[in-house]
Design a binder for this molecule. Sequence first.
Ligand SMILES: Nc1nc2c(c(=O)[nH]1)N[C@H]1C(S)=C(S)[C@@H](COP(=O)(O)O)O[C@H]1N2
Ligand SMILES: [Mo]
Length: 342
Amino acid sequence: MLIKFKSSDHIGENQVTDESVYHNRRDMLKKMGFVGTGALMAATTPSRAASLSLFGGDQAQGAVNPNLKALDFSAEKSAQALGQVQTPELKATTHNNFYEFGTQKNQPSELAQNFKVNPWQLKISGHVENELTLDYDDLFNKFALQERIYRLRCVEAWSMVIPWIGFPLAELIKLAKPTSDAKYVAFKTLYDPEQMPGQASRRIGGGIKYPYIEGLRLDEAMNDLTLMSVGMYGKALPNQNGAPVRLVVPWKYGFKSIKSIVSIELTKRRPKTTWNILAPNEYGFYANVNPDVSHPRWSQASERRITTGGLFARNRIETLPFNGYGEQVAHLYKGMNLRKNY
Ligand SMILES: Nc1nc2c(c(=O)[nH]1)N[C@H]1C(S)=C(S)[C@@H](COP(=O)(O)O)O[C@H]1N2
Ligand SMILES: [Mo]
């Protein structure tokens, strides 16, 4: 049975931390002596908070994963301010799709623990005037980081609400200065079978041809919703979620949101994409969330929202066109047949 989700539950998630939360955070940081050191000075509006926090403290998970550093966002509070049901951090970091570290949902959080994400190099190339390479620190310092609370809808019909931290992909692309030949953007995940057991073994990696590749049309890439994420839940990304940098495209099925990116290439032709190569009749290039177009093997009309569960949790919800982000993105597909271009 389908249960309707309150409309207030699916608006405003793309908004960022509200002002009161911002001030609370400032107060907290002030108490800790960070305000005035420059850590918050980049924040011009509540939605534009500063880049890295200077927290040196050992966060609960910091002891487990040396890559996790605290970012200066109060994710929990901002979600409350927006009155939405956020997926618990523990779920979002232990129920993963990252086939390079195994096809079982629990495998990436176990098998990615020693993955080395620093040093890192992300190269932006192709039809650009300004080729550039970002190193690990650039990912956190070159752009003002923002918090974006987005729904993530996997093509397998489960979904989460996750507070990401990152910067719009558009800012990076603008810096690279695309030429008039640039029509698409092609992304590539790291290829390193010594570190990624799924790349070394067909059995562990699900028979995908690696490296994992994805792509967007340039106008999709430039949309403000399209995020380069370096963190979640107020911390740097855990390895299993795509550290040190991953894409988040909230109106498309999760497989478009490619993890641990080493290359972004501006291209003239539409790039090939991993799941489309594997099963073109099941996974298209566009992969816009669409309740009206079933996967050949299951319906996409509803989804299982992963929350805390519990007595009052309404876990089965209707899937919305463009995952509820139609207002921001439907215009990109005007005149297109979305059944054909799935
Ligand atoms: N490189 C790479 N990126 C990937 C995947 C993958 O297997 N490899 N899985 C995708 C899929 S199917 C989903 S649903 C999301 C899951 O992101 P999460 O584990 O952070 O929730 O990552 C996407 N990005
Ligand atoms: Mo997915």
